[in-house]
Design a binder for this molecule. Sequence first.
Ligand SMILES: [Zn+2]
Ligand SMILES: [Zn+2]
Length: 119
Amino acid sequence: MCSDVLLIELECQHCELRFNICRKCYRGHVYCSSSCRRQAQLKARRKVQSRYRTSDKGRETHRCYEKMQRMSKTNRTMADTSTNTPPLRVILYPIVQNTKPRCSFCGVYGKMVDVFPRR
Ligand SMILES: [Zn+2]
Ligand SMILES: [Zn+2]
């Protein structure tokens, strides 16, 4: 038996874009795209760093952090090159008012619900 595809509406916690997402695409999304997630994470990290630096314990943690950064340099260099390219437009189907709701990612039509019911 084929049941309705369920959709929920989410708001990106970085750019505040609203989008629909179906159960199949949903992986605990809070951001509309990976670039938004990355930017939000960078912002959060800067906040944590400045807070740490104000205390002695924080300075110590910061040294550890820098060491970790150096160790992961290879990974970061690879990631940095991708920031030069424009961010991928992940939302393929933005919400259009007065039309049948569809998943903003895979485009499947479905029924809007507040939360996905438990299986
Ligand atoms: Zn966003
Ligand atoms: Zn989908």
